[in-house]
Ligand binder design. Structure first.
Ligand SMILES: Cc1cc2nc3c(=O)[nH]c(=O)nc-3n(C[C@H](O)[C@H](O)[C@H](O)COP(=O)(O)OP(=O)(O)OC[C@H]3O[C@@H](n4cnc5c(N)ncnc54)[C@H](O)[C@@H]3O)c2cc1C
Length: 545
């Protein structure tokens, strides 16, 4: 049985409602739940402590966090990472400013307003563990709910601290002033300001990957992050190219409306079944802020699934294969054969389906082409298999994002005066980098998500780690303080990162393509360790002079 489902059931038995804020009760429940499975102690401790303590967890000054801090922090990006960091860093006393080049807060959850857009893990896992909010309507929160969640976070940060339509063009280290000189573009006007610290929260899923093969198409083209408002697909013949996580959501949402849906996907993904819970199902059980469950589920999600990627762990791999085969068994044999990948699960990203996509594939008007798009001419699609798909009204590109490019989305001049184009691959914990003092990256290259339950878990850990470095800098030097990671710490981290990466089966991916490798295909993009291990490594940083 799915681990999450078994925890859910266990929780139903032992967890009374209304535990919000009751630390002892939550802890008691966690202890009980812990006896059901082996959760990493560090990770639980991390989730249970409040943010101030968490920041202390990663600080060489322990919990001796200065009460008075001085310093301004620029947070670039107003997605979940930027908003969460702003909330937490401001709560420690820093002066915070958040900027986004969008016209609204939310980042990913503002832009990706396509049919079926939602989180594909449960609402118990995705929201931040220490932000008190429970206004969820769906087990897998939909785009509108996520957008509202981001707006709520933004209102807690405070409107006066958030600047929309303001793009960071360049950051340049000033040794004289011990901070960053930042060039902005707002409403066509250039502005400049100084900040002690910069946090990069620019996300990974902002630029849709281009598909030159679609250039000759004369019908309507749309993609997940730029879905045309009011688009009506009823009765239309639609082709969907590429099948990333958003692709299966779009297909499931539109297949009942369109006259024909042609899915074109060259390399199928393995897909795992997740509980088929919909609006209302069991929601009353979650609606009382049953935080203990949330924490437990998050911890479980952060660790579960990962073991199947460890090369020697053949038992976990067999379980994973079994879970993926179970999903395929729902389909008629001919369809299952078409979508069955010819590689081991884990070499590429595994998608999650609550049953909607399996139902979609079973429909008579849905055609699956296990091949690539070669070109388009007028409204005809030419496929690599030699097939043609004529008279297509709308072409949907679900070909993913140029996510995994490691370029900075603005110009960076580092401490040595060098202009940096590429983000360093790992840095230390992928959070801080040599020659970039007082600079922190949240949720960036080298800590890609998905395997670890939720991107939000990483955001929490990395924000606490960054906060600790800022606090330490203030603690030791007051204003004018500087933190820069040592090259020794970066080298050690890189070695460990590489060793752990090599111990996982994704390092054997034949073409080094997809989510785990990024577009450069040179550097692994995912975090090759459990969250517990990651926390240990961050905590192990020795910052004493
Ligand atoms: C449909 C969909 C479903 C998803 N589901 C899940 C899921 O189930 N679980 C999961 O863990 N993750 C999921 N994700 C991944 C999701 O992207 C992350 O979980 C998270 O929302 C990323 O937040 P972020 O703040 O890091 O980045 P983003 O939300 O991308 O925010 C980046 C911000 O940076 C700003 N920015 C960029 N460059 C500049 C600049 N030069 N100047 C100023 N501002 C700039 C942007 O305007 C934006 O505000 C999903 C993503 C999508 C698209």
């Amino acid at each position: 049985m799915d681990k999450l489902t078994s925890i859910l059931e266990a929780f139903d038995v032992i967890c009374p409602s209304g535990l919000r804020g009751n630390f002892e009760a939550r802890k008691g429940i966690l202890d009980e739940l812990n006896s059901l499975s082996n959760i990493e102690t560090e990770f639980n401790a991390f989730l249970l402590s409040d943010f101030r303590e968490r920041a202390g967890l990663f600080s060489s000054t322990g919990n001796d966090v200065p009460l008075e801090v001085t310093g301004s922090v620029l947070i670039i990006g107003a997605g979940l990472a930027g908003l969460y960091s702003a909330l937490k860093i401001a709560s420690l006393g820093f002066e915070v400013q958040v900027v986004t080049d969008d016209e609204h807060v939310g980042g990913t959850w503002y832009r990706n307003d396509y049919p079926g857009s939602r989180v594909d893990i449960s609402r118990a896992v995705y929201p931040f563990s220490d932000v008190d909010y429970c206004d969820w309507r769906n087990y897998y929160p939909r785009h509108s709910e996520m957008k509202k969640y981001c707006e709520e976070l933004a209102s807690r940060v405070g409107d006066q601290k958030i600047f929309l339509n303001k793009r960071v063009e360049k950051i340049e280290w000033s040794g004289q002033r011990s901070g960053w000189l930042v060039d902005f573009l707002k409403d066509g006007q250039k502005e400049q300001a100084f900040f002690n610290f910069v946090m990069d929260c620019t996300g990974q899923l902002s630029s849709p990957r281009k598909l030159p093969q679609a250039d000759g198409f004369s019908g309507e083209i749309c993609s997940a992050p730029s879905w045309p408002a009011g688009m009506d697909l009823r009765g239309k013949k639609v082709a969907l190219v590429g099948l990333a996580a958003s692709g299966i959501q779009i297909a499931s949402a539109i297949s009942g409306d369109v006259s024909e849906l042609h899915i074109v996907s060259g390399t199928p993904n393995w897909i795992r079944m997740i509980p088929h819970l919909k609006l209302g199902d069991g929601m009353d059980k979650f609606s009382h802020g049953q935080y203990a469950f949330d924490l437990k589920a998050r911890a479980q999600a952060a660790i579960g699934g990962f073991q199947a990627l460890v090369k020697e762990n053949s038992t976990a791999q067999a379980e994973l294969l079994n879970a993926c085969e179970n999903w395929l068994e729902q389909l008629p044999e001919d369809k299952a054969d078409l979508v069955r990948p010819d590689y081991r699960p884990g070499l590429r990203r595994i998608l999650l389906d609550n049953g909607d996509y399996a139902d979609c594939l079973k429909q008579q008007n849905v055609f699956y082409h296990a091949t690539r798009l070669e070109s388009c001419d007028n409204r005809t699609l030419y496929l690599k298999s030699g097939e043609l798909v004529p008279d297509v009204d709308v072409l949907i590109l679900s070909t993913g994002f140029d996510v995994l490019s490691s370029h900075f989305p603005y110009r960076v001049v580092d401490r040595t005066g060098l202009e940096r184009i590429e983000k360093p691959v790992t840095g230390f914990g992928s959070v801080c980098f040599e020659a970039l003092p007082n600079f922190f990256q949240i949720n960036g290259y080298g800590t890609n998500l998905v395997l670890h339950g939720a991107a939000t878990i990483l955001m929490e850990i990395q924000t606490a780690f960054s906060a600790a470095r800022m606090l330490e800098a203030c603690h030791t030097n007051g204003s004018g303080s500087v933190f820069e990671i040592s090259s020794g710490a970066v080298d050690d981290y890189r070695l460990d990162f590489k060793a752990m990466h090599d111990s996982l089966i994704w390092s054997e991916a034949p073409e080094k393509q997809g989510w785990y490798w990024g577009i450069s295909r040179e550097n692994p993009t995912n975090l090759p360790m459990t969250m517990g291990r990651y926390i240990e490594m961050l905590k192990g940083l020795n910052t004493s002079p």
